[in-house]
Design a protein around this ligand. Structure first.
Ligand SMILES: Cc1cc2nc3c(=O)[nH]c(=O)nc-3n(C[C@H](O)[C@H](O)[C@H](O)COP(=O)(O)OP(=O)(O)OC[C@H]3O[C@@H](n4cnc5c(N)ncnc54)[C@H](O)[C@@H]3O)c2cc1C
Length: 295
């Protein structure tokens, strides 16, 4: 019988694993050393607990009362990268950071993944969220993905098995362990210049160096969530240690030791005010998990 080699912890603070740097504890927390290790863990973990995969926690709020299940964190060890076919195919494990594949593809003079440079998550998180920026999104360049079942079996699925939309895909409960990107040679432009341009544009339009989860709400059809929030006069509005950014109204910052509850209350406040003033209901892009205060 194989045994797991990854790190298994109890009662782990999720403030250590989310970009908002706050939130409750995971009853169980597992960091697999490899994909094989992840498979062994899943096959042997028979408890009827909810299992939730996280990457870099850059789109995640864990409520203060914690998550009574298993959090599996991929970001530390599931980070193998492999090139094939004169760099036309990039195979990566789910814990590889988006910024890394942007930079690696530019180094090989391939195009299509530059937009990933400003997205502070993993490839697994990007697949689940269909993360995007600068007119591109994650699934545009996908050839196939590997998913793992609750029992630990891995299978390869073609891009056509999925129906990606704006910050969403169907097949909600799939756990992605690998992605195969198809890339083309960059014949005209300098990829490094594009990366520089994307990063400097972000510096101008977004709060950098603050604890946040990026955009909290998805853009409603024909509107920008940030613009609606700004027009409702909500920039700078605060609940406890959480504040609506003065620079980009769709960002909520943890600027003074906010609790997850401060952030969730501010999300609700913004949603209610925008609905009251414009009639538009904002939907969260950020994923919120864990026990509610009244549970
Ligand atoms: C400063 C800042 C800027 C940002 N800018 C952008 C942007 O321009 N565009 C954009 O789209 N997003 C942006 N984001 C949001 C975030 O970075 C992306 O959504 C990212 O793809 C999340 O990746 P993650 O690894 O952090 O996922 P996590 O936050 O860890 O998880 C998010 C969701 O993905 C799921 N998930 C994670 N790994 C896997 C896996 N292997 N298999 C299945 N499901 C998985 C989780 O269960 C959860 O539901 C920004 C965030 C920040 C903090």
């Amino acid at each position: 019988m194989n045994s797991v080699t990854g790190t298994f912890l109890k009662n782990e603070s999720m403030a250590n694993h989310t970009s908002w740097r706050c939130g409750g504890r995971a009853a169980f927390f597992f960091e697999p050393r490899s994909l094989k290790d992840l498979g062994i863990f899943l096959a042997s973990f028979k408890e009827k607990k909810e299992i939730f995969l996280v990457g870099l926690g850059s789109n995640l709020l864990v409520r203060d009362k914690g998550f009574d299940g298993v959090i599996i964190s991929t970001a530390k060890f599931l980070n193998k990268i492999q090139w094939k076919g004169e760099f036309s195919e990039l195979n990566v494990e789910c814990g590889v950071s988006c910024a890394k594949i942007a930079r690696e593809s530019v180094k090989k003079n391939m195009k299509g993944l530059e937009f990933f440079v400003g997205i502070p998550g993993t490839v697994g998180g990007a697949l689940k969220m269909n993360a995007g920026a600068n007119g591109k999104d994650t699934w545009q360049n996908i050839k196939s993905v590997d998913v793992i079942s609750r029992e630990g079996y891995i299978e390869t699925l073609d891009r056509n098995s999925f129906n990606p939309g704006y910050r969403t895909i169907d097949g909600k409960n799939k756990w992605f362990v690998k992605a195969c990107f198809h890339l083309e040679k960059n014949l005209n432009k300098d990829g490094s210049a594009k990366i520089k341009e994307i990063l400097s544009q972000r510096k101008v339009t977004q709060p950098t160096g603050s604890f946040s989860c990026g955009s909290v709400f998805i853009n409603p059809e024909n509107y920008f969530a940030g613009k609606l929030i700004e027009e409702c006069g909500l920039k700078g509005v605060r609940v406890g240690g959480a504040i609506v950014s003065e620079k980009h109204a769709n960002f909520i910052l943890n600027d003074r030791g906010a609790s997850a509850s401060d952030i969730e209350k501010l999300i609700e406040l913004v949603r209610n005010q925008v609905r009251k003033k414009t009639g538009i209901k904002l939907e969260c892009e950020v994923k919120i998990i864990g026990k509610k205060t009244n549970e």
